[in-house]
Design a protein. Structure first.
Length: 362
């Protein structure tokens, strides 16, 4: 995909702007993640077998039929991305082609129509240009981008819908998680099963996590490390994040499969680790191996990776009756890798893999 050329493809689009911006009333020092939204949103409808009528309108509620299939059969997929602003007020995206491709893979898995490149990228570029003043400069500041597709055909017949709606909404963001994070390793519940939709960003995947996570909260843990559904012997993901383990000086993360989301941050961290001569192994890791490493002192770090959190250190875990607190170390891989990744995202360092994408002014 040639993103520079995609961004310049003409796309007939109706644009309706707000009469006055909400921006002056926003307290950027006290943002709750995902609760404040910018002035505009992008909407495009799939009708009669094609995507049509793209438009940007003021952010606001939708009118949707109560029989829309998304409410009854769960045809809903989404992505999570971020835009960053550098010291020269240039706006950057990080590997947006990966998000575009994964959104289409998710849509295909749920029998939903895939998006054309021009609809996705021109809609996103135009929207970001309209609301770019919502992006604050400086590390930790970003604009969270939520593209999503829902089935909005009014029919309660249990089959794929004929009509869909693609939207992009934007939310100014600071760090996603705050405070200390400790995790409970799953022994009963599963995030996804083999042959299911675990590798898709399907809305239902996240709803299914809420109940077991609420049980973990009651025990004093903020997240769950999910294990494989068949045996609960292998470590797979943590909450809504991919997960890495450092045993001695080796980083280990699970290989992707149809139960594990192919995270953009995950694959970037793997590459950055290789670039910096960190031993990285993409392999299955048993719970028993993790516990043995904790007992013999070779377990140095655990951290989760994802678009919202970037990298989130995990301070401790529990499995069955075994509890363990991670040591405090000075040469943290999590800190090093996050710094390198952030420097690329904020245009503060060389981008030798060409991951950065500039949002051109229109």
């Amino acid at each position: 995909m040639h993103l520079e050329s995609i961004a310049t493809i003409p796309l007939s689009m109706k644009i309706t702007t707000v009469e006055s911006s909400k921006l002056p009333s926003i307290d950027f020092d006290n943002l709750n993640f995902g609760t404040v939204f910018t002035d505009h949103m992008f909407v495009c409808n799939f009708i009669n077998g094609e995507w049509q009528d793209p438009e940007i309108i003021p952010y606001g509620p939708l009118t949707i039929d109560p029989s829309a299939r998304v409410f009854h059969y769960g045809q809903a997929v989404f992505e999570g991305m971020k835009a960053f602003k550098d010291e020269n007020n240039k706006v950057w995206l990080f590997r947006p082609d990966e998000n575009f491709n994964r959104l289409n893979k998710s849509a295909s898995r749920l029998a939903m129509p895939e998006l054309p490149e021009d609809v996705f990228f021109n809609g996103l570029n135009t929207l970001l240009n309209l609301d770019k003043e919502w992006i604050e400069k400086g590390k930790g500041n970003s604009l969270y981008i939520r593209p999503f597709i829902i089935a909005d055909e009014p029919a309660i017949s249990a089959s794929p819908a004929a009509n869909y709606k693609f939207m992009i909404i934007l939310s100014p963001a600071r760090s996603y998680y705050s405070g200390e994070v400790r995790v409970l390793i799953a022994e009963k519940y599963s995030r996804a099963s083999s042959g299911g939709v675990g590798s898709a960003k399907a809305a239902g995947n996240y709803a299914a996590q809420f109940y077991p996570t609420s049980l973990a909260h009651k025990e004093g843990y903020q997240q769950i490390i999910w294990t494989d559904a068949n045996t609960h012997e292998y470590l797979e993901e943590a909450g809504t994040m991919n997960i890495f383990f450092r045993i001695n000086d080796t980083l280990i993360t699970a290989p992707t499969n149809d139960r594990i989301l192919d995270g953009v941050t995950r694959k970037s961290i793997i590459q950055i680790a290789k670039d910096n001569d960190i031993d990285i192994q993409v392999r299955s890791l048993k719970v028993s191996e993790l516990i043995d490493a904790a007992k013999n002192g070779s377990l140095k770090e655990i951290f989760g990776t994802g678009t919202a959190a970037v990298i989130n250190p995990i301070l401790g875990f529990k499995h069955s009756s075994f509890k363990h607190e991670l040591p405090k170390i000075n040469d943290s891989y999590a800190t090093l890798l996050k710094e390198i990744l952030n420097n690329i995202q904020y245009n503060l360092a060389e981008d030798k893999h060409e991951w950065r994408y500039e949002v051109k002014s229109m």
